[in-house]
Design a protein around this ligand. Structure first.
Ligand code: ZN
Length: 350
């Protein structure tokens, strides 16, 4: 596993609609391992590795490049910045968070999300839940400098904050979905040293967190036989997530192979078979809902229908600045996909 590139990806900023820094890092990394790298109108970045057999099913492995974040809504008289959400952020996490604002020329300006000190709050204020318009971003800069360097609508993200937890785990903002994109990059790198029959499309998609839009155009454009999405999945090994209600998915328990309406059943069974044969840890999941409404279901409905599967990396505290994942699950996802991509084509198509 290329930890240097993982650190690099976790340091990129890519709020939905502003993903170019992430896509560029992905493109730069995979370029030497593929035949071609393309970017489409939306900003989706597509790395293509030709296989040895043009009759083999074509495979897209896809991860969204964007992250939940904010945009600048208003700059007040004193230079305090008010923001609105871009994607499903848990607003209770806002006060005390560190953020980074991207200027139009890609410069970073750091700030913190402030609110009125607890000492000055009335009793009812202390009990109330946080809403985004209760808080503001303080960059520490004079108001005229804020107005000169930051424009309305500038993207704002939680600031890079990765830490290691024990030997195998990491906590960071934007593990959703830099880890998925990292998996795609590592699969492509491994495939460069192997024979594979199928054409492989490694794709970084844009705008998943605001309605899975990049997946719509890329699904139509590539028109692959198979599309596999890698994204984070809810780990339920935390308090207040009873398995009787949410199912059981554990951190460190292996890559999640789901079986629900978004996923092609034979593909899911085939993936499980490969995991068993190669002793790759995996967990089966029905998912807490019948459909995830993510990139997988958008790709599934492309053209006359695509065989889809979404592989999951278990994650605690999703959509907060401290998402926690286990790198062993990341390895499981990489190994499973490398085996799948290198064996598809010699397996017969059902
Ligand atoms: Zn995601």
């Amino acid at each position: 596993m290329d930890n240097t590139f993982l650190n690099e990806l976790l340091d990129t900023i890519g709020v939905s609609g502003f993903e170019s820094e992430v896509c560029q890092a992905f493109a730069d990394y995979v370029r030497k391992h593929v035949d071609n790298v393309e970017t489409d109108t939306m900003g989706n970045t597509i790395a293509i590795r030709k296989g040895n057999n043009p009759n083999s099913p074509t495979i897209m492995i896809e991860a969204h490049a964007d992250e939940i974040g904010f945009q600048v809504l208003h700059i007040g008289e004193s230079g305090y910045i008010y923001i609105r959400r871009n994607g499903g952020i848990d607003e209770q996490c806002l006060p005390g968070s560190q953020v980074v604002i991207q200027t139009l020329d890609g410069e970073r300006i750091y700030g913190v999300i402030g609110k009125k000190p607890i000492h000055l709050q009335k009793t009812e204020e202390r009990k109330s839940t946080v809403e985004i318009y209760h808080v503001w971003v303080d960059t520490g800069l004079p108001a005229d400098e804020v107005r000169r360097r930051i424009t309305i609508a500038s993207p704002v993200a939680f600031a890079p904050n990765m830490i290691r937890l024990g030997e195998h785990r990491i906590a960071s903002r934007a593990l959703d979905n830099r880890l998925g994109l990292f998996v795609v990059s590592q699969v492509i790198k491994h495939l460069a040293n192997q024979h594979h029959q199928s054409d492989i499309y490694g794709v970084a998609t844009v705008q998943e967190e605001v309605g899975s839009r990049g997946a719509v155009t890329v699904g139509y454009n590539i028109n692959s036989d198979i599309a596999i999405t890698i994204d984070l999945d809810f780990a339920t090994d935390v308090p207040d997530c009873p398995p009787s209600r949410y199912g059981m998915v554990s951190l460190g328990g292996g890559v999640v192979i789901p079986r629900n309406a978004d996923c092609n059943l034979s593909l899911s069974l085939q993936m499980e078979e490969i995991a068993k044969k190669n002793n790759i840890p995996y967990q089966l999941s029905a998912r807490p809902h019948a459909t995830g409404g993510t990139n997988t279901s958008r790709l599934q409905l492309s053209r006359k229908g695509i065989k889809t599967l979404s592989l999951g990396i278990p994650c605690r505290y999703m959509h907060t600045p401290v998402e926690v994942c286990d790198l062993r699950d990341v390895s499981s996802a990489i190994n499973l996909l490398v085996d799948f991509c290198s064996n598809t084509g010699i397996m017969k198509e059902e």
